[in-house]
Design a binder for this molecule. Structure first.
Ligand SMILES: *[C@@H]1O[C@H](CO)[C@@H](O)[C@H](O)[C@H]1NC(C)=O
Ligand SMILES: *[C@@H]1O[C@H](CO)[C@@H](O)[C@H](O)[C@H]1NC(C)=O
Ligand SMILES: *[C@@H]1O[C@H](CO)[C@@H](O)[C@H](O)[C@H]1NC(C)=O
Ligand SMILES: *[C@@H]1O[C@H](CO)[C@@H](O)[C@H](O)[C@H]1NC(C)=O
Length: 514
């Protein structure tokens, strides 16, 4: 199909969609006006997945550069060029502004700003982030900035084992201090860590994310070194202590003048009991405690969930009284990533294993459910389950003292065959946003919603074989050309023209017309 006929067909589809949005009769309608005016709708990226330019202007390697160059990442791909955001941020901010995006989430690359992990600031890195921050800020778009999205400077991994060592606390604090001092006057929301629960599980238990450490039952073929029995817990503990110290720094030194807020991001997935048995019900609660309670419980109540202490025993580090008080309440908001749901069954027989790890300590089996069929392990294609998000938000409200929440990532991955007329993605986004509205009407304090991702980028799980972007990036083209998908028009219309979105069946029925 030529460019102009493609454009025509796109316009046609768009017109059809708008027609359906205005005249649909099924489902539930909502519009931007149903959300408070200070609620923000955004989209996001992260440094290693988006920027590229890994060797440019003084940036040094992070653990993700090492991991991908060793060929250990899925599909053997890497973020060397990625979406080339380092060179194209101006164009991208223009797209955000044209689209009517209200907020943008991105992360800072520690090894671009402080290439040696501490000490000398890289002036070109500082310039780059100042330019990015200014560009976004000047468009009136709110900045949600993540300090750490998985990309530890390799030098700190080599020097003392990175997150395994308490020395990380001071180094991270120094890095965070530079970020607050240099950019904080324009940042509304700081997020200390992105998905630290996945970071500890995937990086130190299973070993499929950087730095790729693991041991029995996952080694020795998968990882050269590691200890799945203990390291995930140690890493999470050091992350919590670091987080608390950085929040203390922000509150004591910057918050009053800069007026921003600070919080931590957590990956969430809703779990349903596989059967109606009491064992599966209890297993589901256990799985949630291990997945989100691991971080949420200390942040809200100052300590780990009881079940984690019981099951992990002495392998779970403990907080001193002083640390416990520092961790408790160290957030202004909770930032959640949420994509899908799974089923949980009891697997108490795991207690027979002689060597246990974070995953085995849950004594559960988690199954993705896809198209009505059970699949062992995590789903490889995302299951659309907006009720799962509603239940997750209500679970947090009921069990964690109703904190303010941002949905910082939610999105729909399509394979390399992703199409510009991405009606499946529109369907997914519209029903999940509908769930956010339902949750708010039920009293959950949701403050914002972000689509993952703004543009297609390097996906840590699937390389370039899975695209989540509102904008397509042509990865075969040196220019990394951007093209809006139908979902970009859809989101823009929702934000700017305040059209009604037809939730559930409305869009699904619409698909029949395409
Ligand atoms: C949705 O909005 C359309 C157009 O305003 C209206 O005709 C329809 O009845 C609404 N549907 C629902 C379920 O409210
Ligand atoms: C992991 O660490 C624990 C506690 O130090 C130790 O008992 C165990 O042998 C270690 N396992 C491996 C595989 O190194
Ligand atoms: C646990 O193990 C026992 C003995 O091997 C087996 O009979 C039982 O079915 C297992 N239970 C579950 C829930 O897998
Ligand atoms: C769902 O499962 C049915 C029966 O196995 C199959 O025919 C159909 O193609 C599947 N649909 C999708 C979208 O995978």
């Amino acid at each position: 199909m030529g460019a102009s006929s493609l454009r025509q067909s796109l316009l046609l589809r768009l017109a059809l969609l708008l027609f359906l949005a205005e005249h649909g009769v099924l489902g539930r309608n909502y519009s931007r006006d149903d959300f408070p005016s200070d609620f923000v709708f955004g989209a996001g990226t992260s440094a290693y997945q988006y920027e590229g330019a890994v060797d440019e202007d003084g940036r040094k390697a992070s653990i993700w550069d090492t991991f991908t160059h060793e060929g250990r990442a899925p599909h053997k791909s890497n973020g060397d060029v990625a979406s080339d955001g380092y060179h194209k941020y101006k164009e991208d901010v223009k797209l955000m502004s044209d689209m009517g995006l209200e907020a943008y989430k991105f992360s800072i690359s520690w090894s671009r700003l402080l290439p040696d992990g501490r000490g000398v600031i890289n002036s070109k890195g500082l310039n780059y982030y100042n330019n990015v921050v200014n560009e976004i800020f000047n468009q009136g778009i709110k900045l949600h900035v993540t300090l750490y999205h998985g990309d530890l400077p390799q030098v700190l991994q080599d020097e003392y084992g990175g997150w395994l060592n308490k020395r990380i606390v001071d180094d991270f604090k120094e890095y965070a201090n530079v970020c607050f001092r240099e950019f904080g006057d324009r940042v509304s929301q700081w997020i200390t860590f992105a998905e630290p629960n996945i970071m500890a599980m995937a990086g130190y238990d299973r070993g499929f994310f950087a730095p790729g450490r693991c041991s029995y039952p996952f080694g020795p073929n998968r990882c050269a070194a590691g200890n799945s029995t203990t390291e995930p817990y140690i890493v999470a503990h050091n992350v919590l202590l670091t987080h608390a110290r950085v929040v203390e720094l922000y509150r004591n030194t910057y918050q009053d003048n800069q007026g921003g807020q600070i919080g931590m991001n957590i990956y969430s997935m809703w779990y349903y009991p596989l059967t109606s048995s009491l064992l599966d019900f209890v297993a589901t609660k256990r799985a949630l405690d291990f997945l989100i309670g691991w971080y949420l419980h200390p942040l809200i109540f100052g300590d780990y969930p009881e079940i984690m202490k019981k099951n992990a025993g002495g392998r779970l580090p403990s907080f001193t009284q002083e640390q416990l008080e520092l961790v408790k309440g160290s957030f202004d908001f909770i930032s959640l990533n949420h994509y899908t749901s799974s089923f949980v069954s009891d697997n108490s027989n795991n207690s027979q294993l002689s060597q246990r790890d974070y995953i085995a300590d849950k004594f559960v089996e988690i199954r993705g459910l896809r198209n009505g069929t059970e699949t062992k392990g995590l789903p490889t294609k995302l299951l659309t389950d907006p009720l799962g998000l509603l239940r997750m938000l209500e679970h947090i409200k009921e069990n964690y003292e109703n904190p303010s929440v941002y949905i910082e990532e939610n999105g729909y991955g399509l394979g390399a065959a992703d199409i510009l007329a991405d009606t499946d993605r529109i369907n997914y986004l519209s029903v999940y946003i509908g769930s956010v509205l339902d949750a708010m009407r039920n009293g959950v304090k949701v403050k914002g919603y972000f689509v993952w991702s703004f543009v297609d980028l390097f996906e840590v799980l699937s390389g370039y074989n899975s695209c989540f972007g509102l904008y397509r990036v042509d990865f075969d083209d040196e220019e990394r050309t951007r093209s809006p998908k139908l979902s970009a028009y859809w989101y823009s219309n929702f934000l700017k023209k305040n059209i009604e979105v037809i939730d559930f069946e409305g869009i699904a029925a619409g698909e029949k017309f395409f």
